[in-house]
Design a protein around this ligand. Sequence first.
Ligand code: ADP
Ligand code: MG
Ligand code: MG
Length: 252
Amino acid sequence: MLKIKNLKASVEGKMILNGINLEVKPGEVHAIMGPNGSGKSTLASVLAGREDYQIEGGEVEYIGKDLLDLSPEERAREGVFLAFQYPVEIPGVSTTNFLKAALNQVREHHGKPTLDAVSFLKLMKEKMALVEIDQALLSRSLNEGFSGGEKKRNEIFQMAMLEPKLAILDETDSGLDIDALRIVANGVNKLKTRDNATILITHYQRLLDYIVPDFVHVLYKGRIIKSGDKSLALQLEEKGYDWIKEEADIVS
Ligand code: ADP
Ligand code: MG
Ligand code: MG
C-alpha cells in the first residue's frame, strides 16, 4: 500500500527527515515512536502534502501512485486520512455538512453516485453508534470549543465515515487523558479491516496497551533507527530511548 524509500525533507533550509524507509501493507498497524523533535510530525505532514515542507529526495509510492505528485486534496480522495495533533477549528461549518461534502467528493471521484440526505443520515447513524458519538457534537461548528476528548471523538468519527485506506494519526505528546486514549484506541480497533492500514504516531506506550501494533518503529534524527514488534514499545517504556540513541549515534 505504502512504500517510503529514502525520504528526505527539510523545513526552512533545515534537514528534518534524513532518509526514511518504511513499508506498510494492507491490514497492518504501524506505531511510530521516538523522542521529541525527531521528525514524527514532519513525516505525517509530508505524507499529507503540507506546503511548508520541502522534499529533498526519495520516493513515496501509495497504491501504485507517486504520492508526492498528488495534491493534498487528491491524497485525501485516494483514501489518505490525516488526523492532526491540533485539528483546525472551522466556525460556521458543522461536522455533518463538512463530512457530507467530503464524502460525496470521494464518491464522485471514484465514479459512485453521491449520497442523498436519507442515505447519508442512515450512514451517519450507523457510524455514530460504532464510535459512540453524540448527535449534538456533530451539529456544532467543526472543532470550535471542543474539549480534547471531543476532538478525538470527532476525528475518529470522521475516520469512520470516510473509511480511509491509510489513516495517519499523530497523537499529542501530552495531555491525552485516559478517556481520549480509549476513544482513539476503540476507534482504531473497530475500524481496522484487512484492506486498510494505520500509522499511529505516539509518544505513549500506554496507547499501545489498547491498540496492538504489528510493527513499532523508532524515529530519531529523521531516521528510523529501530523496528520491532509490540515488545519494542514495552522495552522503550522500561528503558527509555537512550540505549537506542547511543547505538544509532555510534553507527552514524
Ligand atoms: P516530533 O513530532 O518528532 O516531535 P517534529 O517533526 O515536530 O518532531 O519536529 C522535528 C524538527 O523539525 C524539530 O527540530 C522542529 O523544531 C523542526 N520543525 C518542524 N516543523 C517546523 C516548521 N514548520 N518550521 C521550523 N522548524 C520546524
Ligand atoms: Mg513534538
Ligand atoms: Mg510531533
